[in-house]
Design a protein around this ligand. Structure first.
Ligand code: SF4
Ligand code: SF4
Length: 263
């Protein structure tokens, strides 16, 4: 019998929510566990084995000097490396500090800032090492995650959808919150994968799956301005969980410059 594929799951700077999507999969996880060898998954077991690994999942952004070294070591022992979630693929909510005075941010957040050793910027894993597949979302969608692992175990690489949330919204017959209520929604520029979860509850999307391809962020920004928002308010919409993704960041920066030049 051929040996089972060795799978590892590692965490960088994150809240563990994407790993929990895997742990909460119950029956599907048990089935998966029969098909693979879980060699290193600190959230699930204290039995931590060294590489090499056939498939490695990485949650979280690169936020400390130690993580810069750790991710290179992980890459060196991983045949296929998949990053999961908004932190690993675009820097996460912790990337809100990027471009600000780190010492001041740390001082405002922590009562003992002298113990905090962070990098100036929180960055996606792909800025540091080659990544073979990215799954976005905050958290990552469980169905997409299990599906991707199943594809990989069969020797194929999945292609997650990059179309906007609006497509899913229309497929499911949800009422558009922009049209019906004049509420700003990032659905037109955010990639699907969640099943249009927020519009299903009559709320605008805040972009947790990151930019769709290609995202017309400038057209959407103009629409938000027409709704009566100021350039800085529109910029804040783009600067959220996946706000460090280039498409969202560049539009936010342009809007902030526009507001600054007008005052
Ligand atoms: S609610 Fe948002 S995601 Fe749904 S159709 Fe309207 S703009 Fe698109
Ligand atoms: S609708 Fe947008 S913010 Fe809500 S879960 Fe989906 S991608 Fe995330």
């Amino acid at each position: 019998m051929s040996p089972k594929p060795r799978v590892a799951v590692f965490k960088m700077a994150s809240c563990d929510g994407c790993q929990l999507q895997l742990l909460d999969a119950e029956d599907a996880l048990l089935e998966l566990a029969g098909a693979i060898e879980i060699a290193n998954f600190a959230e699930a077991s204290s039995r931590l084995e060294e590489g090499p690994y056939d498939v490695t999942l990485v949650e979280g952004s690169i936020s400390t000097p130690e993580q810069v070294e750790q991710i290179k070591e992980i890459r060196a022992v991983s045949r296929f490396l998949m990053t999961i979630g908004a932190c690993a693929t675009s820097g996460g909510i912790q990337a809100l500090r990027n471009g600000r005075d780190l010492a001041e941010v740390v001082r405002q957040v922590y009562p003992t800032p002298e113990y905090v050793r962070s990098l100036e910027r929180s960055t996606p894993v792909a800025e540091h090492v080659k990544v073979d597949l990215e799954l976005t979302g905050c958290p990552v969608d469980r169905g997409q995650l299990l599906g991707a692992i199943a594809w990989l175990l069969q020797g194929s690489v999945p292609r997650p959808p990059t179309t906007p949330v609006c497509i899913e919204c229309k497929r499911r017959g949800y009422v558009c919150v922009v049209v019906a209520r004049g509420e700003p929604c990032l659905g037109p520029v955010t990639r699907t994968g969640c099943g249009a979860l927020c519009p299903a509850f009559a709320r605008g999307c805040y972009g947790c799956f990151g930019p769709s391809q290609p995202p017309n962020t400038e057209a959407l920004a103009r629409r938000f301005l027409e709704l009566g928002m100021s350039p800085v308010q529109v910029a804040e919409k783009f600067r959220f969980i996946t706000g460090y993704a280039p498409a969202f960041r560049e539009t936010a920066e342009r809007l902030e410059r526009e507001e600054a030049s007008a005052t």
